[in-house]
Design a protein around this ligand. Structure first.
Ligand code: FAQ
Length: 328
């Protein structure tokens, strides 16, 4: 019997139970592929890891609306505009599911947003790059959503139930996003010489940052070993990056555009593409807040948060009024 409800807020103090025994029972559940649910006992470090990862994932979805939102008014047709609007709204929905999943672990949305705005919590490096042309919207759908799916399909089997379940719907929507991005790239690459050049330029600028989305190489990934033992992560950063390259290079060939990597080659013996060295200095610079758009993204998020203060106040007042009525 597991100790449900013992540790709902992550406060292990005061328990007169054998930690080693609890930890062993917890790991046995993980090893048996049982889902851990919100009220189950869990080690504080497991809880903290999930809050970190899920909240950063939520922040990525929310900040990720900005580079695409930038093109809503400039989409080349009404059809494209409607599709892009739906996609950007999906990303907002993903952010909200994920904040809710993180809240089941005892944190609050207010705290998570405060950590984002203060710069304490990260969001995906990819969203610190600018969207300069319409082809960038195609490249984001194709590459960024493509990388997101590669990373997130295994998260549907994550050991923490609320996160795993949220990922199922998110992955379905991301698949639609990836298709719409690829379709934009297909139209451009079958279009005029200028359109094809635009598609190539977008691939040139988004390829390497997309590979960085998977995180540092395995040797530098400080959380991977523990997260894999807890079955939060099912594959390492490098394994997922390799899968992404293997799937995406033939797609670029189909589009007739060139992956910007002189070292890229197919190894018939391993069945995998070998690719060049990632510029890790660029990755760590972006993480440190020095990417092309870091400041702009956070400033815009802060402004939106300030502008929305009246909505939060009204929602609180409404909830309070109804709470009082229910109590009366
Ligand atoms: N950017 O030890 P690891 C999307 C940090 S959603 C920024 O390997 P971990 C949808 C990492 O947090 C995209 N930071 O860490 C969409 C840690 O720092 P910390 C987001 C990164 O957690 C599409 C440190 O480096 N997806 O695109 C990055 O085991 C289109 C050490 O790294 C998710 O969040 C990075 N790229 O593995 C929306 C998926 N990589 O926290 C709009 C869930 C690493 O100690 C438009 N997350 N870091 O300060 C994950 O799977 C994992 O958290 C990883 C990192 C794989 C991202």
């Amino acid at each position: 019997m597991y100790t449900q409800g013992l540790d709902q807020k992550g406060e292990n103090a005061g328990r007169r139970l054998d930690d080693a025994g609890l930890l062993a029972a917890f790991q046995a559940r993980i090893d048996a592929e049982e889902k851990i649910e919100a009220k189950d006992w869990m080690p504080d470090a497991y809880r903290r890891t999930l809050i970190r990862q899920i909240s950063q994932h939520a922040h990525s979805e929310i900040i990720g609306m900005q580079p695409e939102g930038n093109w809503l008014t400039r989409a080349p047709s009404l059809r494209r505009k409607a599709i892009l609007l739906a996609k950007v709204q999906d990303e907002a929905g993903h952010g909200l599911y994920l904040y809710s999943a993180a809240e089941t672990l005892g944190t609050s949305r207010g705290q998570m947003v405060a950590d984002l705005l203060s710069g304490k919590a990260k969001y995906s490096s990819i969203f610190n790059y600018p969207t300069l042309t319409w082809a960038d919207i195609g490249a984001i759908g194709w590459l960024v959503d493509g990388a997101a799916i590669m990373n997130q399909i295994p998260l549907c089997r994550c050991s923490y139930g609320p996160y795993a379940r949220a990922m199922v719907r998110i992955c379905k929507e991301e698949s639609f996003h990836q298709r719409q991005g690829f379709e934009i790239m297909l139209m451009l690459s079958r279009g005029s010489a200028e359109q094809k050049a635009m598609a190539q330029d977008a691939l040139n600028r988004w390829w390497w940052p997309s590979l960085m989305m998977f995180g540092p190489g395995d040797a530098d990934s400080k959380h991977s070993a523990q997260s894999m033992a807890w079955k939060i992560k099912r594959f390492s950063n490098d394994e997922l990056r390799q899968k992404f390259v293997d799937v995406t290079v033939p797609q670029a060939e189909f589009l007739g555009i060139r992956v910007p990597d002189d070292d890229l080659k197919f190894n018939a013996q391993t069945g995998h593409y070998e690719f060049g060295e990632i510029d890790w200095q660029e990755f760590f610079d972006v993480l440190a807040g020095n990417g092309p758009c870091n400041r702009q993204r956070l400033e815009k998020r802060q402004r939106a948060h300030d502008d929305g203060a009246w909505v939060r106040e009204a929602a609180h007042a409404y909830a309070e009024k109804h709470g009082q009525r229910a109590a009366a």
